[in-house]
Each structure stands twice: as structure tokens, then as C-alpha cells.
Design a protein around this ligand. Sequence first.
Ligand SMILES: CC(C)(COP(=O)(O)OP(=O)(O)OC[C@H]1O[C@@H](n2cnc3c(N)ncnc32)[C@H](O)[C@@H]1OP(=O)(O)O)[C@@H](O)C(=O)NCCC(=O)NCCS
Length: 168
Amino acid sequence: MDIKQANLADLDELYQIETKIWHSDAATKDSLTTRIKLFPEGFLVAKINNKIAGFVNSARIGDIKVGKFSDLVPFERVFKKNGPIFYIYSLQVDKAYRGKGISHKLIDSLVEIARDLGCRKIWLVGSDENTSIGFATTPVYERWGFKIKKCLPNYLEGKPGSLMEIVL
Ligand SMILES: CC(C)(COP(=O)(O)OP(=O)(O)OC[C@H]1O[C@@H](n2cnc3c(N)ncnc32)[C@H](O)[C@@H]1OP(=O)(O)O)[C@@H](O)C(=O)NCCC(=O)NCCS
């Protein structure tokens, strides 16, 4: 498996994975394009035999006060070019490739990039309960070293999530 920075040639494949998971809530191609263009260093794809198996994208953001999940969207509003925090915006692995540790490797690679760029903290939001999208990820991220910073009501499908953090 290769982990590489995403580029605009990946767009169709990224959008296909995104829509298979999120259906009508999927990010648009325009939104994925913006994320690649604004912050390519924070958009990684995992490729197996030259096919995208999963991806993660992130934004550098300011040390903002987060009260609810909507404070962390949309990407172009929260993105700050030299922000001190690396916020993992979206993580997805195509169903055919799940359970092989791909998401863990994507996050590990991103943590290294954040460190190299001199960022102070990594943030992400985990889901506290199972949803139609998948299983509760908060306990998984805790095993990977993220600490719960704040509980966020109404994260996904009316269910709560947790803003989680690693201090670098
Ligand atoms: C969440 C997702 C990215 C995980 O991708 P993956 O590459 O299959 O994950 P990994 O193989 O790296 O495993 C991740 C962890 O999840 C655990 N896991 C896998 N399937 C699980 C399940 N059905 N229930 C509970 N835990 C599960 C694994 O044991 C592993 O934990 P560990 O590293 O502590 O052993 C993938 O399922 C996905 O794309 N889901 C839909 C989108 C989504 O929910 N994104 C995250 C939003 S917070």
C-alpha cells in the first residue's frame, strides 16, 4: 500500500468513495477540490494496486472555541493557512478494503506531517454511537492516543460525537 498526497486527478475516485458512504450527505466534487487546493499536504490517499482504498483530509485551523459540531464546518471557513491545529476533517475507507489497518496508517501519516509542519495539536471528531454510516469510532481513536476534549451533541443522525485531541 502507498500513502500519497491527493491531487485533482484523484477526484472522480474520491467522489465515488465519498458518495458510496455518505449518499445524499456526500461532499460535492467542488468541496473535495477546495480541500485539495487549499491544503494538499493534509489530504492523503491510500492506494493499493494504484486504486484508492481510502483517504483522509484535514485542515489547519485556529485554536477556536468549539461548542457544537457546526463550529468546525465548512472547511473553507475554519481553514487558516498557518493555524496551529491540524483538524482531521474526514476519514473514509472503501468497504472492500476495511479491517486492514488502512485508516490507522492514514492517521499515523497525517500525525507525522502535522509534526513536521510544526503544528501543536491534532483534533478529530469521533462518533460515540453506531450510526447508519458505521460503528462508534470514539473508542477506537482513544486506543490510538486521542483524548476526549469535548462532547458534541447532535454530531451525526442526532447522535453525539466527541472532539478529541493529541498534543504533539
Ligand atoms: C471508520 C473507518 C475509516 C475505519 O477504516 P478501516 O481502515 O477499516 O479501519 P482499521 O482497519 O484501521 O481499523 C480501525 C479500528 O476499528 C476497529 N473496528 C473495525 N471494524 C469495527 C467494528 N465493526 N466495530 C468496532 N470496531 C471496529 C478495528 O478493530 C480497529 O481498531 P484497533 O486499531 O484499535 O484494533 C471505516 O470503517 C469507514 O470508512 N467508515 C465510514 C466512514 C466513517 O465512519 N468515518 C469516520 C468518521 S468519525
